[in-house]
Write a protein that binds this ligand. Sequence first.
Ligand SMILES: N[C@@H](Cc1ccccc1)C(=O)O
Length: 499
Amino acid sequence: MSKVEALQVLLLKKLDEQNEIANTSHLEFEGKKLTVQDAQSAILSLAARSMVEFERHDIEVYTLTTEGEEILKNGSHEAKVFNEICASMSGLSIGELKDKLGNTAGLGQGRAFKLGWIKKDGDKLIKNTDSIEDGTPKLLAEIKEHGTHKDTKALNDLKKRKLVERNKLMYFSLKKGPNFSLTIEKLNTDLTADMITSRSWENAKFKDYNFAAEGIPPAGGCLHPLMKVREEFRKFFFELGFEEMPTNNYVDSGFWNFDALFVPQQHSARDVQDTFFLKKPAFTNKLPDLDYVARVKSTHENGGETRGIGYRAPWSEEETRKLILRTHTTAVSGNMLYKLAKNGFRPAKYFSIDRVFRNETVDATHLAEFHQVEGVICDRNLTLGDLIGFMEVFFAKMNVRNLRFKPAYNPYTEPSLEIFSYHEKLGKWVEVGNSGMFRPEMLEPMGLPKDVRCLGFGLSLERPTMIKYGISDIRQLMGPKVNLDLIQAGSAVRLDRED
Ligand SMILES: N[C@@H](Cc1ccccc1)C(=O)O
């Protein structure tokens, strides 16, 4: 049995005998006076089980100093002086008294005179009365017992003489609680799988939540490596004059994720195999202004007012209203470009870094949930050369040079370029991003002027983070199997580096 448990048993026994405990500080435990700390920890956990009810009392008491204790035991200095003088037949000189009593002589003389116990006779001190009553030890004994005294004058006098001092004291009073019992049941703190399968949870007793608990303050903290790399990217973007796009909606519509970007409704990316669809609610009732939606529809079906001929297939409004988890942050970029057109075009540079979702099988390099870094630049007279030039500037900020660009396909960009960089350690070219010039079929229905060009690019946040921290399995970075050591070590690496 632990010390706390032993004390709890003692308290419960006392309560059983006398129904209440008025003052815990009068109790003895293990041969000593019960301390407030011990009392508190034992009582709080009994109270948490409603076995006892308690009240806390904060009071001020007078306690004896060491000198006070000494006087209580052996009498006051003045009494010692009187007794010494009585013991000598013909009185004592001050020097003789000092030889016998040491310091006490000096301390006691004054009060002995004042009380009329002694007087001077030539150069001798002699007694002035036959018997005395030494009041000080009596007062001290009463104060020791009650912690205070009615006679405030005497109390203050003793305080001045440094025989007593004032102290704060805390104690508890206890009563039986509704669950009072002499035995302490162990309460469950966890609901386990075993308890569920054996149904023992039905009769099990659980410890109440302690909502007042403050928890253990963390000794320190660190940013997740992904968040650190995100901060670095943000810094680069701000240095290059970009504005950050608001990206807080993970749920978006087929319209913004696909249709506004001229992704055909028959595209495989819109399949459940690639995209997470919402069940409840499954459709949005919020579409942008209907003229714009109509222009998107006709552009898909037959090219609308653009120079293109569209996909030559029917376009369904139901498909566009489907709610999904956004599969790329280009959904946000499209929305921003539409707002830019609506508010009157001005040259703009936007970026975002946030989470996207794809219905993919998770493996060492793929997660169903990851982050994209995306940027768009919108201005008159932009060319493919601007895109390539900008990508070189951007990646150079991360010390990634010697880029190669490979023609690719995105429904919303033409031309589209995959960006590769030579990876020294792996000894091969690795894809670091995807980019392109947004198609007129995307920009014109939004109402952007026909001579405005817009370039865009996207990359994952996980890939550069893994390269930076030498992580080969993406699952160590995110998800249920995250490697905390690696994350903390990775952070430490970043903390003590200057770059
Ligand atoms: N959305 C693309 C990236 C991209 C953004 C903008 C323009 C071109 C490409 C992706 O998910 O890979």
